[in-house]
Design a protein around this ligand. Structure first.
Ligand code: ZN
Ligand code: ZN
Ligand code: FE
Length: 738
């Protein structure tokens, strides 16, 4: 007691405080901000960027130091993300001024690399101000905005470690770069028309080409984009045909929020997402009767919309003033092109016109996709604007590299308590995609000077990622697909203690060799007990049934009502039906599955909404879309996951002429009720949803609301996708507990 009193009274008037901040703290103007704040409060000391984070030492009267601490948190740069903050009191050193010290390169690389940031308001104003020296300069940026992840070669994030190293700053830019009170102080990609990157071609020509219905390849931030006039049906059709993309919706770039409002319903939360620094594609509800060509989104319930996020996009959209399709510059299933010479070769049969520049892109980064679910932003594709921000999981991780799944692949590494997830790489279907996957692994490890000691992969023996892991020569941890799904969701939500994991998707390799996808796990201390699952059924033709949902329909009808009903309910050809019945009767090439995704396919096929998936999850999406604004409570029976009575009821409704939206709603409600049934039995308060099926907003929101009204806590994905793009995160955290 006396000691405390004595310490307090003996506290010297001048103290020194060291604060270390980790997270996304470099390249966002943090040092000049600290400099201004310390100077304003008459504190002395220094600030420096180290590869372990941002370190500040401030010295002065203790009240001023508390003020400094408080304002450091409250007023820090908007783009910064602080994941860990440590402070320590030191003895005063009697320093006389405050300085910004040179970066220190020694400590371990645990600092986050920042994602690319959308053009800030200040830069945008300068861009359109004829009196400004950067008027209409397509590469302007400052510490609050501009490219980061796509130009950084190594960390720490300093100009010589970026693709801007070959552009020598002119005197005016250098002055800005060196002046702590300037918005461009240490803005690594700082540039102007005199010293910076230049366009190869003109914005006017590109805009004219678009207006003429041509397809333009534009070198953007994370790679080439293919652009077309979204109002021009022929142009859109040509793009689909050349890109080999049948019906998957295209995203749009709109010149302004005002124009986006004229095409879509946009809530205030969605405005925030559109205008955020990540500037992702936001899935919005389209208004009817607009001039957007019908083949842009086909029957999708959403229109993916983004706003211009680089000065080049701003200038082009200012010239066009109409909505453009902006899709990744690749042929389907290939990675996005990033280099000029590569793009000219790979995109020559797709694009009619190119607009390029001479600022190199280090790594491909697609546009991210976000949608509001349960009133919160949920990422569906995590790339530009988010990658490679770390996800703090609050558990110490081993040096593990996780190679993810097969579709929508991402890879991840565990560093300390953070998981660094790569940008979306794509489906590992082609040689090019598998090369991109290998590049992403090398890149992530090199950037963080990371040497994996273990590799985590999926159980599926045929995944290209699993095969890579097997050849890596490192100790292997095989993680079951659906366990990885829920572990990822629990980790990003920092859910502690036991939970019920609801893991529903299209396909994943089960512990028994069957195709799982309708699983419930009781999870406690990393022990996964599969406590419930969908009643298994046969998938005739295996992988073929993933594309052709009518096969699942035939199988379920065959099991529930017998072979004659298959012919009655089928809308397709009798020969194909007969072949499937033959397979089912003899068990030839029939793979057992518990997949809820395939159950969606079957119901969508039975009611005539979709007989096949032209892209992953299409039939389920169309079935959800059928519900529209309809709100009904009735549900089909799905007790204990037995789909038999459900299939009988669906067919009875269909024969009775019940409207498809009603059938769709009753089907979704059946799934909600089944979750409630299992949750009531499991006796766990925390419920975690994951897997591609939970991209279904109706299902997610209704199930979450029903559980919450019964006192459960529900966790859904926000920072990583519920689809297989989130698998790598789950693999990392599960390796950490083994
Ligand atoms: Zn800016
Ligand atoms: Zn310059
Ligand atoms: Fe999955």
């Amino acid at each position: 007691m006396t000691l405390t009193a004595k310490t307090l009274t003996a506290k010297p008037a001048t103290q020194r405080l060291r604060i270390t901040l980790r997270g996304a703290v470099q390249g966002v103007g943090f040092r000049p901000f600290v400099y201004r704040l310390a100077t304003e409060l008459s504190l002395t000391g220094w600030v420096l960027n180290s590869s372990a984070g941002l370190v500040v030492e401030v010295e002065g009267p203790s009240e001023q130091l508390s003020r400094f601490e408080k304002r450091l948190e409250q007023e820090r740069p908007k783009a910064s993300v602080v994941t860990v903050r440590e402070s320590a009191w030191l003895t005063a050193k009697g320093s006389t001024r405050f300085e910004i010290l040179a970066s220190d390169h020694d400590s371990g690389k645990t600092v986050n690399v920042l994602p690319d940031l959308a053009t800030c308001n200040d830069c945008r104003e300068e861009l359109f101000n004829p009196a400004n020296r950067r008027f209409e300069y397509p590469f302007t940026n400052c510490t609050n905005c501009g490219p980061r992840y796509t130009i950084v070669v190594d960390i720490p994030y300093d100009r010589p470690n970026t693709t801007m190293r070959d552009f020598v700053l002119c005197p005016a830019c250098r002055e800005e770069y060196q002046n702590p009170s300037n918005r461009r102080f240490h803005a690594q990609p700082n540039a102007c028309p005199i010293c910076g990157p230049k366009l190869d071609g003109t914005i006017e020509d590109a805009a004219e080409a678009l207006l003429q219905g041509e397809i333009v390849a534009l070198k953007g931030i994370g790679g080439f984009q293919l652009l077309a006039d979204a109002r021009n049906r022929d142009a859109v059709a040509r793009l689909r045909q050349r890109k080999h993309r049948e019906e998957k919706p295209f995203a749009l770039m709109m010149p302004s929020l005002e124009m986006a409002r004229s095409y879509c319903e946009i809530s205030p939360a969605e405005v925030q997402l559109l205008e955020s620094q990540a500037a992702p594609i936001v899935l919005l509800r389209p208004k009817g009767g607009t001039d957007i060509a019908p083949n842009v989104a086909h029957c999708s319930p959403y229109l993916g919309v983004m706003l211009p996020y680089s000065p080049l996009h701003h200038l082009l959209m200012q010239e066009c003033r109409f909505p453009l399709i902006a899709t990744s510059g690749n042929r389907s299933d290939e990675p996005i092109a990033i280099a000029n010479d590569e793009a000219v070769v790979r995109l020559k049969d797709i694009a009619d016109h190119f607009l390029m520049h001479d600022r190199p892109i280090v790594r491909a980064c697609d546009d991210s996709v976000v949608r509001l679910t349960r009133g919160r932003a949920g990422i569906l594709r995590r790339a530009r604007g988010f990658a490679p921000l770390g996800i703090h999981v609050g558990q110490n991780l081993p040096p593990v590299l996780a190679v993810g799944g097969h579709l929508k692949n991402t890879v991840a590494i565990g560093v300390g308590e953070d998981v660094f997830l790569s940008q979306h790489i794509g489906d590992l279907e082609t040689v090019e995609a598998r090369q991109a996957f290998e590049r992403a692994i090398d890149d992530l490890c090199r950037l963080y000077s990371f040497k994996p000691e273990v590799v985590a992969c999926d159980l599926h023996p045929d995944y290209a990622s699993t095969q890579w892991a097997e050849k890596s020569g490192l100790p292997l941890i095989r993680v079951q697909h659906h366990q990885a799904h829920v572990a990822a969701c629990a980790a990003e939500n920092n859910a502690r203690g036991a939970y019920l994991g609801v893991s529903w998707d299209g396909t994943g390799y089960g512990l028994d060799g069957a195709i799982w996808g309708g699983e419930f796990f009781h999870v406690e201390d990393n022990q996964f007990e599969r406590i419930a699952h969908l009643r298994p059924f046969g998938l005739p033709g295996g992988d073929a049934a993933v594309r052709e949902g009518w096969r699942s329909a035939a199988s379920l009808v065959y099991a529930a009502l017998g072979r004659d009903s298959v012919f009655l309910e089928s809308t397709g050809n009798a020969v194909a039906d007969a072949r499937v019945i033959y397979m089912l009767e003899r068990g030839i090439n029939v793979v057992p599955t518990t997949s809820v995704g395939r159950l969606f396919d079957a119901v969508a096929s039975l009611v005539g909404v979709a007989r096949q998936n032209r892209f992953e999850g299409q039939a389920a999406m169309l079935l959800e879309n059928e519900i529209g604004p309809l709100r009904i409570e009735e549900a089909y029976p799905l007790k204990s996951g037995d789909w038999g009575p459900l299939i009988v009821a669906v067919i009875a409704d269909k024969r009775a002429g019940v409207a498809v939206p009603v059938i769709a709603a009753r089907f979704h409600n059946a799934l909600v009720n089944w979750i409630l049934e299992v949750a009531a039995k499991a006796g766990l308060k925390q419920i975690v949803f994951s897997g591609g099926v939970f991209q279904n907003r109706y299902l997610t929101e209704h199930a979450a609301a029903a559980l919450e009204s019964r006192g459960f806590d529900v966790y859904t994905h926000q920072q990583v996708p519920p689809n297989d793009g989130g698998i790598a995160l789950g693999q990392v955290v599960m390796s950490g507990r083994q």
